[in-house]
Write a protein that binds this ligand. Structure first.
Ligand code: NAP
Length: 309
């Protein structure tokens, strides 16, 4: 079994910031980053609200910078994910998906979140055939076509604006007529002639033989069902924490899957800390993930340094 003083689970802004603070406090730090380290920002085209960047920065670029910064400081980033955590006190045993085992004195869980789907019949069949949860990744294939996007948050609105740059028409379908997205972004979308708001409406069915050819939409106020022809359906209805791997561990989770952690990032187990979207009920912003990761890194380093034999 390999040993490390700190294992950070996740290589998004929370995990990288935790690792940067811990390694600079003299703690041997390994990040389990998986095959595609970087989390949700890898799917974000442009970020304009991360302080320190005068011009918008690409999500991929920002993560690449963080990974390079971690490596320069001496953090090892493993291309593997943690499958389970065992133990009720430090040191903990972590089993990787590839089968390798690590003993870690402290752990920072910064596993992030992944897209939520609508749970429609046939959803799996259409994934990759016109149905997507990532406009940044798959929007390109919809050039010159009509598409639909579901959701009323920042992701849905930003994706709608992105898709409107090269799609013929973007139908934004939202289940009510109030939005979670910022007012500025909503106004931009409302004044974009290519974006059609389909409000108080839910998608009932995806229509198509092999690929998405349209959606059946129900107006929740009138009960009326209409069919919108489209080549792509983008789902932007929020995210769910990536904490399934903790279900058989002693780390306490809330009913919604978030890791339970206090304001100093301490979970219910000594030496295990949580940061970022896997523990964030309210904000789910890159800069807040980075800030909470820094807190977790400071706390984990203090724990390791106090218990170091
Ligand atoms: P979100 O803010 O949670 O919004 C999810 C949207 O999907 C809501 O409008 C919700 O409707 C709708 N929804 C949820 N479940 C649904 C279902 N089963 N069927 C139909 N609609 C459903 O998620 P998000 O837009 O992904 O944003 C996540 C976080 O990241 C937010 O804090 C957001 O501000 C942030 N973010 C920020 C930026 C930025 O600042 N540049 C960009 C992207 C995301 P209701 O409103 O009716 O609940």
């Amino acid at each position: 079994m390999k040993k490390t003083e700190l294992m950070v689970i996740g290589a998004g802004p929370a995990g990288c910031s935790a690792a940067i603070y811990a390694v600079r406090a003299g703690v041997q730090t390994v990040i389990a980053g998986g095959a595609m380290p970087g989390g949700q920002l890898l799917q974000t085209s442009e970020i304009e609200n991360y302080a320190g960047f005068i011009d918008p920065v690409g999500g991929f670029d920002l993560m690449e910078r963080m990974h390079k910064q971690c490596k320069r400081l001496g953090v090892e980033i493993l291309p593997d994910e943690v499958a389970s955590i065992e133990g009720s006190k430090s040191p903990y045993t972590l089993t990787m998906q590839g089968g390798e085992q690590y003993q870690a004195d402290a752990v920072v869980i910064a596993a992030g979140a992944k897209a939520r789907w609508l749970g429609l019949k046939g959803e799996d069949k259409f994934k990759g055939h016109g149905l997507s949860a990532c406009a940044t990744c798959d929007g390109f294939f919809m050039r010159g076509k009509e598409v639909c996007i579901v959701g009323g948050g920042n992701t849905a609105f930003e994706d709608a604006l992105f898709l409107a740059q090269f799609c013929t028409k973007v139908n934004l379908i939202h289940r009510r007529d109030g939005f979670r997205a910022d007012q500025v972004t909503v106004q931009q979308a409302q004044s974009n002639p290519k974006i059609n708001m389909v409000l108080n409406s839910v998608v009932e069915e995806i229509v198509g033989a092999e690929r998405v050819e349209g959606v059946k939409v129900k107006n929740v106020k009138t009960g009326e069902i209409t069919q919108i022809p489209c080549s792509g359906l983008f789902v932007a209805v929020g995210a769910v924490p990536q904490t399934d791997f903790l279900k058989n561990s002693l780390v306490a989770l809330a009913d919604n899957g978030l890791v339970l952690a206090d304001e100093r990032t301490h979970t219910t187990l000594p030496g295990i800390f949580a940061a970022g979207d896997c523990a964030d009920k309210y904000y789910r912003q890159a800069i807040i993930a980075a800030g909470s990761g820094a807190k977790a890194g400071i706390e984990a380093a203090a724990f390791v340094n106090l218990h170091r034999k």
